[in-house]
Design a protein around this ligand. Structure first.
Ligand code: SAM
Length: 283
């Protein structure tokens, strides 16, 4: 019986490929890929001679059956996507599932994935994170997804396309509030760029998107804050007074409120002002 290799390929810079990936691509008989015209460039660059066959979102079901037959007949197959890691917002899961059902050996050959590159350079917390892929285009599903995302405490990573960019930013701001975000664009390519700001900043809202992008978003502070500290049930001005009444100066009191609520001092300041003006705190 053959082995199914899941091989990660570069997300822009052709040098981002492991030695093992090149060796596996050279050794297998067949490479299943999304777009043969794209994968042939990688193969030519690394002198890989394996036969290419297409495996994409429109033929995933039928093609998986053919690939499983080849594997059962003893052929080794590598699955690659156009870029990055197969089966991450790309075809692959159906073939993996069918291979498992047929007791076929599966071997991952790890390497680049855009979301990991975006996360590690974002400057946002990396110890826990939520990769969410693309937001749905269907209104109802999208609404549910945004609701779900809004409660994640962890850093969130989305894939976004230039044409959905404006809608994504508006919807995220409306649902999540003015969170910190990082646009990680054209990673590993000549025009690689990071744009850091808040969802409502003009440089984010009015950004004219180009190329490939990930959006890294800070997690929800709201859900972290209230579980353990009863002071967080108070209105924010009452919370501030609690410390001020204990002889902390205003600056110290602000810092303590910020720490309790997982906010920055500046965010506390703005929320207190908002409350004074009669606006409700976000709940
Ligand atoms: N399987 C791929 C992976 O492991 O990253 C993701 C494929 S998904 C169809 C393509 C999306 O990944 C793009 O729309 C973009 O959001 C993101 N992406 C891919 N390459 C990128 C790059 N060089 N810079 C930033 N984002 C990238």
């Amino acid at each position: 019986m053959g082995t199914l290799y899941l091989v990660a390929t570069p997300i822009g810079n052709l040098e981002d490929i492991t030695l093992r990936a090149i060796n596996v691509l050279k050794a297998v008989e067949v490479i299943a890929c999304e777009d043969t015209r794209r994968t042939i460039k990688l193969c030519n660059h690394y002198d890989v001679k394996a036969k290419l066959t297409s495996y994409h979102e429109h033929n995933e079901h039928t093609k998986s059956d053919n690939l499983v037959k080849m594997l059962l007949a003893g052929k080794d197959i590598a699955l690659v996507s156009d870029a990055g890691t197969p089966a991450i917002s790309d075809p692959g899961t159906i073939l993996v599932k069918k291979a498992i059902e047929n007791n076929i050996k599966i071997s991952p050959v790890p390497g680049p994935s855009a979301f990991v590159a975006a996360l590690i350079a974002s400057g946002l917390p990396t110890s826990k994170f939520m990769f969410y892929g693309f937001l749905s285009k269907k209104n109802k599903e999208r609404e549910q997804e945004l609701e779900e995302i809004s409660h994640f405490r962890e850093t969130i990573i989305l894939y976004i396309s230039p044409h959905s960019y404006k809608d994504d930013i508006i919807d995220l701001f409306n649902k999540l509030g003015n969170r910190r975000v990082v646009i990680a664009r054209e990673l590993t390519k000549i025009y690689e760029e990071f744009i850091r700001g808040n969802l409502n900043d003009s440089m984010i809202k009015d950004y004219q998107p180009k190329g490939e992008m990930c959006l890294v978003i800070e997690g929800s502070h709201e859900s972290i804050k209230y579980e353990t500290n009863p002071l967080c049930d108070l209105r924010i001005s009452e919370h501030l007074s609690f410390y001020a009444d204990q002889d902390f100066n205003r600056n110290e009191a602000m810092k303590m409120v910020a720490k309790d609520r997982g906010l920055s001092k500046n965010e506390v300041y703005k929320l207190v002002l908002k409350e004074k003006k009669g606006c409700k705190q976000p709940s």
